[in-house]
Design a protein around this ligand. Sequence first.
Ligand SMILES: Nc1ncnc2c1ncn2[C@@H]1O[C@H](COP(=O)(O)OP(=O)(O)OP(=O)(O)O)[C@@H](O)[C@H]1O
Ligand code: SF4
Ligand SMILES: [Mg+2]
Length: 648
Amino acid sequence: MASSQVSRLRSTRLNPSLIFGAALIGFMVLVAVIGPSLVNEKLARVGAVEPNLPPSAEYTFGTDSQGREVFTTLILAVPPTLRIGLIAGVISVILGLVLGLIAGFFGGWADWVIRTFSDVLMAVPALAFMILIVARMQRPDITVVAVVVGFLTWPGTARGIRSMVLSIRERSYTAIARANGESEVEVLFREIMPNLLPIMLASFIGAVTMGIYTVMGLEVLGLGSNVIPSLGMMIFWSQRFSAVLRGMYWWWGPPIIAIALIFIGLYFLSFGLDRFINPAIPVRRSRPRQPRNRSPVSVSAAPNAALEVKNLSVIYETPAGVVKAVDDVSFTLGPGERMGLIGESGSGKTTMATAIMRLSRPPAYIVGGQVLLGGQDLLNLPDRELSRLRLKEIALMPQAAMNSLNPVVRIGAQFEDAIATHLGRLPRKQVDDMITQALTKVGLKREMARRFPHQLSGGMKQRVAMAIATLLHPKVIIADEPTSALDVVVQQQVMHTLGRLQEELGAAVLLIGHDMGLITQFADSVGVLYAGKLVERGNVQEVLDNPLHPYTRMLIDSLPTLDGKRALVGIPGLPPELLKLPAGCAFHPRCPFAMDRCRVETPAAQSPLAGRQVACHLYPGRDGLPPLEVQIDTGSQAALAVDKQAGA
Ligand SMILES: Nc1ncnc2c1ncn2[C@@H]1O[C@H](COP(=O)(O)OP(=O)(O)OP(=O)(O)O)[C@@H](O)[C@H]1O
Ligand code: SF4
Ligand SMILES: [Mg+2]
């Protein structure tokens, strides 16, 4: 197993299903391993004890009609039942893995042969086939049956493995691994195999269950061994002697309960293992309670705001703890305003955009705040009303929007879906006109509607995403890094298109990104996000001329100037880990103005200048930052230091 997989296993929490399933199966395995040595085997032989006795101090589970003690017979019946499952599971998974890997990884004729053979095998009715085999045996041997079940169930595993290999083989990280020099065998073992672990475990448990189930089925029909006790044969004999009609619950009940415990244990184990191994499946505890809003600051009262975000807080529940990715953020977006939201990677921009649309999914939880759109709080609207508002009133171009287009649906059909969802069935001509108009607005020809996404360039796909987002003329558009992964020329074209659309629709735009230059060129106002907090907000020109927060100042100083006269200044240190945020102001380890107070007290948002918002202990009491001295080093980079004379 690759080391990344091991660390993933370690870092993922145990979950109740896994614990319960493992405990049940562990108990049955314990019974199977040590049980036989604790009972007197002779009591399970026919005629060993007086028949038909109910439970008593002497015979805990009573005796059956053949003169066997039920408890001893039960204990001796558990190991063969589990052994059958194990044999079937191991054979099925080994065959399925090897053949699935060959089919998926090498393809060609090997794939064709394996696929055809497995299709044929899957058409075989397993139980009928087993009855035929067992009926031909002179003394039914359940081990042979288990082996045959293993041989019959591998096609399911092989198919699952094959399709996963086919999909993983084409993913970008395998391409990167190849580009980094990994051979095909290394790609197979390092990149592909770790991803197959969940399906292998699920298939193993499935085959174990199938093995036990098939053998039980045969035994209940009387096609089992009369020599070795088994749960199925116990049920068969209790049936033959009409134990149910005769009220001998102590005979038919225990084997049924034992088999039910094994199946329940296997089910929970499989379910829990999936959650344990797969980090994409959120592990949920109780839903966090909505805390009371804390911050009293709202920079502008917003009688006719397009969008007002008030004290929005979003957390992620991770195995390592709770991450506060958006912390008490408030801002107002006026009608037709272009606001830029800037922040380093991981500062919470996408989390915030998703929460504004109320699209957060576990492990993300919105734990406080309001998102007011036209006087309605999106966070409290019924689902149906919210769906009606999305795209029509507020639209999101998600991060990497161009990759969010459905690869197997033509562009035109993706527009049609959006139209049908919001406007119902419209005449064909009207729909076509709407699509043509939307495509033309973003500079694309009508013919694009007939293409699939992979037939478009990155810039074209981004424009399509923009056309879909603006199709129904929303009043608010949130664009999450619409130009990332595009070259500079295409970036400019996309930004120009977004600007033109915004003007035509008169919509308010929240443009998210980490390119200060690009954002300030486009936006009227800017907000700066640091470690989930909005640390500064104001008019773009005012912020550029007079940044109030030290982080904003450093972001601006890191921009190159056209004349190249100013030295480029890097921001020292690294963005903080949200799980281990420093106490007080999260920026203090990187801040040249940090004071003792900053290390203990979180700064609240305040408005030292009209229309400006900043969260920093340097305010109130000043209307701008103290001077900073730029210390040029030998390279083009420089570090900032406070001019101690004039400093804070
Ligand atoms: N599914 C998740 N589970 C746990 N933590 C998450 C999850 N998604 C995001 N986070 C954490 O939330 C924080 C904010 O992530 P977010 O994607 O909002 O950042 P961002 O500012 O959009 O970054 P980027 O500029 O790279 O897109 C990060 O620290 C990230 O590690
Ligand atoms: S609160 Fe302190 S550490 Fe934080 S930005 Fe302001 S001066 Fe720097
Ligand atoms: Mg993002």
